[in-house]
Design a binder for this molecule. Structure first.
Ligand SMILES: C[S@@+](CC[C@H](N)C(=O)[O-])C[C@H]1O[C@@H](n2cnc3c(N)ncnc32)[C@H](O)[C@@H]1O
Length: 288
């Protein structure tokens, strides 16, 4: 697929088909409750993506209409976590998009040795598989010890899982294959006890990871980062918001710092100083 074809495929995925007037009203009421009552602003999410998320939440609760979620939120606020879980898409896996990890191992990691310490931000880290994937590769290249990792997500409940060091699902062959394709040097099983829990040395390193609730749409961005991973998050935002968040990611980097975006987020036009590294899959460098 040429770059132009990819660009237009992505552009068309951003085009929202119009929602009915009733659905628009329901969505707007629901967004108001989430924002004004709970401080979760989903106003910058593409409407179609939100409609899909709310439909998922409705089916989880056995409800017919989006607006039926409102009384649950207002009168059973303890169920907020279930609603947020249904709205935010938490799908993740170890070594997701292996080609991008391979680029990291081959092209980015060797350029990081010159830094005495590394500030790394994983934005939208979900349940932690991305953090563990990164930690293992950093460890294999003797860079984990000098890395200060901050992992953020809008959803506080996924952060709890991420901090536990336990995989959401036991290791499977797909994980093992993805690790090998990502340039992993060892046996992935050796990093997990019982196929699920990080081994003690990695768990100790996980204790020094800073976990923070952070909303990419409302910032402020982190600062002084050498490396930022923000993958498969921007895709849910409106196009305008995507542009602004990419600017924020750029500003969070030190000059010559690196940023990685997800496979479907890569070809966004960007006027700033963040430029794609042609020899890599999904990696950008801040050039000014
Ligand atoms: C599909 S997962 C991607 C996880 C991981 N980055 C990966 O590529 O496998 C998207 C994650 O982004 C988080 N997220 C959604 N909206 C966000 C926002 N506004 N700010 C920060 N994180 C957000 C979700 O809670 C979810 O954990």
């Amino acid at each position: 697929m040429s770059e132009n074809e990819v660009n237009s495929a992505i552009a068309s995925s951003w085009l929202d088909e119009p929602l009915s007037e009733e659905k628009n009203i329901e969505m707007s009421l629901l967004l108001t409750v989430l924002d004004e009552h709970f401080g979760y602003s989903f106003r910058y999410y593409s409407k179609n993506s939100l409609a899909r998320s709310f439909a998922r939440a409705c089916s989880k609760f056995g409800l017919e209409h989006m607006s039926d979620l409102i009384p649950i939120l207002l009168h059973q606020p303890r169920r907020l976590d279930e609603v947020i879980d249904a709205i935010t898409v938490n799908y993740t896996q170890l070594y997701r998009e292996p080609k991008s990890w391979l680029s990291f191992a081959q092209s980015i990691l060797p350029r990081l040795y010159s830094y005495p310490s590394l500030n790394i931000w994983i934005a939208g880290c979900s349940t932690g598989e991305e953090i563990y994937s990164l930690m293992i590769l950093l460890d294999e290249h003797n860079l984990l010890g000098r890395s200060n990792i901050t992992a953020t997500d809008i959803n506080p409940w996924v952060l709890e899982t991420a901090a536990s060091g336990v995989l959401s699902q036991s290791l499977n062959q797909k994980d093992r294959d993805a690790y090998q394709q990502s340039g992993g040097k060892e046996n992935l099983d050796d990093y997990f006890v019982g196929g699920r829990e990080l081994i003690t040395p990695l768990k100790r390193s996980l204790e020094s990871v800073t976990f923070k609730v952070h909303d990419l749409c409302q910032g402020p961005p982190m600062e002084g980062m050498h490396l930022v991973l923000c993958r498969n998050v921007l895709i849910y935002f409106t196009r305008e918001k995507q542009k602004q968040v990419v600017m924020d990611l750029e500003n969070s980097l030190v000059p010559l710092g690196y940023c990685c975006l997800g496979q479907k987020e890569r070809f966004m036009q960007h006027q700033g100083g963040l430029k794609p590294l042609v020899e890599t899959q999904g990696w950008y460098k801040r050039f000014r």
